[in-house]
Design a protein around this ligand. Structure first.
Ligand code: TTP
Ligand code: MG
Length: 356
C-alpha cells in the first residue's frame, strides 16, 4: 500500500505579499492583474479575510471591489512567487522522497516506507520546515493515493493536516460534493446533478448502467472509481524514479493463480530490464490485485538484499499472492518494485536518515 502526501500552500500569492508587507497581515487582500480594480483583470487569489466577502480566484477585479471596497488590491509579481515556490520545493527535497511538482504552490510526495517517521510526523515536520524556511503556512493531505491526498489537503485549509487512511476513504469522501474529485468540472457536475447525483457517496452508489448511458462505459466506470477514492496513478516526476511497475487487466476476470503467475513471468523480466537499464536495484516488491468488484488490495515485501534480477522479484511476487483473499475473481494484477537504490550505493544507508 502506498502513502501519498499532497501539499498546497494557503492563499499562496496573498501569503507571499503578506510576508513582505507585514502591515497587511490579516486584512482583506486581493492579488490580481496590475492591482487596479478599475481595470479588466481578474483575481489571482484572495487571502482568507477577503474570501469572507465571497471573493475568489478568476473573479473580475471590478466585482471583487464591488464586494469589498476596503480590500487592499496588489498586482501580480510572478518573479517573487516563483522564488518562494523554489524554496518550498527545496524543503520537499530534504525529505528524500519521490516528488511531483504540480503547480507553483503544490506537490505530491510519495512517503511510502519513508524512514523519517509516521505519516503524521512527516506531515507536521514538512509544514514546520516550510514555515521556517519560507515563512508561510501550507495544508497537507495524506492518503493511499494522489486523488484522495489532493482532496484531503483541501479539507482543513488553511494550515491543515488531514490524514485519510485506506479504511476511512469512502467514509470521508461520501459527503463531499461530486465535483471534488479531479475530472469532474462544471459540465460533468451539472449532468450528474440532473441524474440526482450530488455527492461522491451518491456517485459511488450510482447505477453503472445509468452512468454508462450518460457518460459512456469507460468514463462512467472511471467516475465511479474516483468517487470511491480509487486511483493508481503514479507520481509524474523528473526526480529519479523510486518505483517501476507493470500491470495488466485480464480479458476475463480470473480466479486462477496460475494465470497470474504467467503474468508475473513477463512482468519480472520487464522489470529486470528496466532496473538494469537505469542501474538500479530494488528492495521492495509489491503485488496489486483488483477484484471484479473493483476493490483493490496490495501486499508488499521488502527483500533481504536489493536486486535487479527477475528470479527473486518473481519469487517475492508469488510469495505475496498467498497473502491475498481469493474468494473473488481478479480483474487486474500489477507487480511493482520500489525502494530503489543506485547499484553502486546499494550498501550505504539512505542519505536523509540523519535529518530528524
Ligand atoms: P491555489 O492553490 O488554487 O489557491 P491559493 O493557494 O491561493 O489558495 P488555497 O489556500 O485555497 O490553496 O492556487 C495557487 C496560486 O495560483 C494562487 O495563489 C494564485 C494562482 N492562481 C491564479 O492565478 N488563478 C487561478 O484561477 C487560481 C485558481 C490560482
Ligand atoms: Mg494553494
Amino acid at each position: 500500500m502506498r502513502t501519498i502526501l499532497h501539499i498546497d500552500m494557503d492563499a499562496f500569492f496573498a501569503g507571499v505579499e503578506e510576508l513582505r508587507h507585514p502591515e497587511l497581515r490579516g486584512k482583506p487582500l486581493v492579488v490580481g492583474g496590475n492591482g487596479d480594480p478599475n481595470t479588466r483583470g481578474v483575481v489571482s487569489t484572495a487571502n482568507y479575510a477577503a474570501r469572507k466577502f465571497g471573493i475568489h480566484s478568476a473573479m473580475p477585479l471590478k466585482e471583487a471591489y464591488r464586494r469589498c471596497p476596503s480590500c487592499v488590491f496588489l498586482p501580480v509579481d510572478y518573479a517573487e512567487y516563483s522564488r518562494i515556490s523554489k524554496e518550498m520545493m527545496e524543503v520537499l527535497r530534504e525529505f528524500g522522497c519521490t516528488i511531483e511538482e504540480v503547480g507553483i504552490d503544490e506537490a505530491f510526495m510519495d512517503i511510502t516506507d519513508s524512514p523519517l517517521g509516521t505519516p503524521e510526523e512527516i506531515g507536521r515536520k514538512l509544514k514546520e520546515r516550510i514555515k521556517e524556511k519560507a515563512g508561510l503556512t501550507a495544508s497537507v493531505g495524506i492518503a493511499p493515493n494522489k486523488l484522495v491526498a489532493k482532496i484531503a489537503s483541501d479539507l482543513e485549509k488553511p494550515d491543515g493536516l488531514t490524514i485519510i487512511p485506506e479504511d476511512k476513504v469512502q467514509w470521508r469522501l461520501a459527503p463531499l460534493r461530486a465535483d471534488r474529485v479531479w475530472g469532474v468540472g462544471e459540465v460533468t457536475y451539472a449532468r450528474l446533478l440532473k441524474m440526482g447525483i450530488k455527492t461522491l457517496g451518491d456517485l459511488a452508489e450510482a447505477d453503472e448502467g445509468k452512468l454508462a448511458a450518460e457518460f459512456g462505459e469507460n468514463w462512467g466506470r472511471s467516475l465511479k472509481e474516483r468517487a470511491r477514492g480509487i486511483d493508481d496513478s503514479e507520481l509524474v516526476t523528473e526526480w529519479e524514479p523510486r518505483s517501476l511497475s507493470r500491470e495488466t487487466t485480464f480479458e476475463k476476470d480470473t480466479a486462477k493463480m496460475l494465470e497470474i503467475k504467467k503474468e508475473f513471468e513477463w512482468m519480472s523480466e520487464d522489470l529486470e530490464h528496466r532496473l538494469k537499464k537505469r542501474n538500479f536495484l530494488a528492495r521492495t516488491v509489491t503485488v496489486k490485485l483488483r477484484y471484479s468488484d473493483f476493490t483493490t488490495l496490495t501486499r508488499a515485501k521488502t527483500m533481504e538484499r536489493p536486486t535487479a534480477e527477475r528470479e527473486p522479484i518473481m519469487r517475492a511476487g508469488l510469495g505475496l499472492l498467498h497473502k491475498f483473499p481469493w474468494e473473488r475473481p481478479v480483474r487486474l494484477v500489477g507487480l511493482r518494485v520500489s525502494n530503489l537504490v543506485a547499484a553502486e550505493q546499494a550498501q550505504s544507508p539512505p542519505p536523509d536518515a540523519a535529518l530528524f
